[in-house]
Design a protein around this ligand. Sequence first.
Ligand code: AR6
Length: 205
Amino acid sequence: PTLSLLYKIGKLTPPTTSGEGASSKYNDKISLIRTDITKLATDTIVNAANESLLGGGGVDGAIHSAAGPDLLEECRTLDGCKTGGAKITNAYRLPCKKVIHAVGPVYGTTKRQGKHTQLLSSCYTRSLDLAVQNECKSIAFSALSTGVYGYPSEEACVTAIAAVKHWLDSDEQKAEKLDRIVFCSFLERDEKAYEKHIPRFFPPA
Ligand code: AR6
């Protein structure tokens, strides 16, 4: 459901203090859902990949097994991807049209280097740019880096929401090319984090 609807049914509550730059302008474009991302028929879904782009466990494993072996074959031609970056492929047997493979930071290492926030933000903004460049009108993000890569759920979700908000605000023409941006969580913990922090950036109209 969109944020507008989530406010209407009382699933999201207005923030006690609104954050800097908070605005409800794009509330009809943003959705929260808790489900298996491989079932979503958005134009593109964002995979939490690693630098090899050759598959793995978690959501990456689920996406590769649902897409079938052709996905791995295409990934082999990509020559990997740097942390903070993203690359796009076809979706094969998945219901979406394209898969964006984003490589989130490993929390411990990149935090020590003071780079974790910038790298995670960059995964979100690069993915949004790729979606628009490939004429995708809807995109669903998995909670990048919050599994094997050890990023604390709330910290990752605040970075994710802030990065998307910043991207939307930075270029109105680009923002209008996307009808729907979905934050797809899998664990209840992550869903709760989105419900808690989304209103600070996208308050009710
Ligand atoms: N649908 C949606 N979200 C899911 C699904 C699913 N089917 N399965 C898990 N999640 P993770 P990372 C959530 O570990 O931390 C892989 O081996 C999960 O609850 O998949 O970025 C890659 O190959 C969590 O919130 O990715 C890399 O080597 C989120 O997806 C490494 O793990 C991300 O957890 C990347 O680690």
